[in-house]
Write a protein that binds this ligand. Structure first.
Ligand code: NAD
Length: 255
């Protein structure tokens, strides 16, 4: 029977492995924590980016209108950091999961593209991508392969280009959100990795899985608001936790 409310004792690693072993439909939801071990700072906590920068200036439409060059300088700086980073063991394990499960959806709040570089083919990017621009006049989206060297970039039509990411106060891409909601509702297991579970609507996805009878497993450095409703939470670095859990599924006899 499913426990309700906060767990009084942490379910064992065996329970986590068991849920993942039985699952046929798996959805993985990732946040900035999954890229932390690649050297990409998270937004909150520890070495969080928001301790050093003002989100209202750098990740909002109003801030962009005030100073597009400043906003683009920040995005170009992050592009350079991401371009020189590499996917870590957590990204690689999630790519192995996509190959393993017959029904698999990866939903990420990250904009860095590291999941695709690790080999995930189908990635639902809830908050967009730092590797795309969007025309501020007609919304045309274009891919960028290298960090920008000249900012702010302009569209051929003469309008400013903006990063194709979701800023504070903006709605998420509707198709991405609907795909994520449907994957979370249909998942036997939703595995939530490295997210503060503080940013909505992504933070609402675990509720959909639970409502439909699926299990929610959380992997994070520390407890989050999700910990109280997750079926199991394991605390530690994603790049250590995920491979150690996955090795028991790919290699059940420990051979
Ligand atoms: P967040 O910064 O709010 O939270 C990061 C979470 O990761 C925290 O709960 C932290 O405890 C956990 N964490 C840190 N290191 C970890 C590790 N090694 N292993 C496991 N967990 C670890 O990030 P969020 O929840 O993704 O939320 C917010 C927004 O941040 C999103 O909109 C996203 O677009 C944006 N963001 C993206 C990137 C990126 O693309 N890499 C980087 C920073 C922020």
């Amino acid at each position: 029977m499913r426990a309700s409310g906060p767990a009084t004792s942490a379910p064992s690693l065996d329970t986590v492995v068991d849920h993942l072993r039985r699952a046929r439909a798996v959805c993985v939801l990732t946040g900035a924590g999954v890229s932390a071990e690649s050297g990409i700072p998270t937004f909150r906590g520890g070495d969080g980016l928001w301790d050093r920068y003002d989100p209202a200036e750098l990740a909002s439409e109003a801030g962009f209108r005030r100073d597009p060059r400043l906003v683009w300088e920040w995005y170009a700086f992050r592009q350079r950091a991401i371009a020189s980073a590499r996917p870590n063991a957590a990204h690689e394990t999630i790519a192995a999961m996509e190959r393993h499960y017959p029904r698999f959806t990866l939903v990420t709040q990250n904009v860095d593209g590291l999941h695709q570089r690790a080999g995930n083919a189908k990635v639902v990017e809830l908050h967009g991508s730092i590797w795309r621009t969007r025309c501020t006049r007609d919304g045309t989206v274009a891919a960028i392969s290298e960090p920008l060297t000249s900012v702010p970039p302009m569209c051929r039509c003469g309008a400013l280009l903006r990063p194709d990411v979701t800023w504070f106060g903006e709605p998420l891409d509707r198709t991405a959100l609907e795909t994520a909601m449907s994957a979370a509702s249909g998942a036997d297991v939703l595995l939530v990795v490295g997210t503060s579970s503080a940013v909505y609507p992504a933070a609402a996805l675990p509720g959909l899985t639970r409502k439909a009878g699926g299990k929610v497993i959380e992997l994070n450095l520390e407890p989050t608001p999700l910990s109280a409703i997750a079926d199991a939470s394991r605390f530690g670095e994603a790049g250590t936790l995920l491979p150690s859990i996955w090795s028991r599924i790919e290699n059940p006899k420990g051979l």
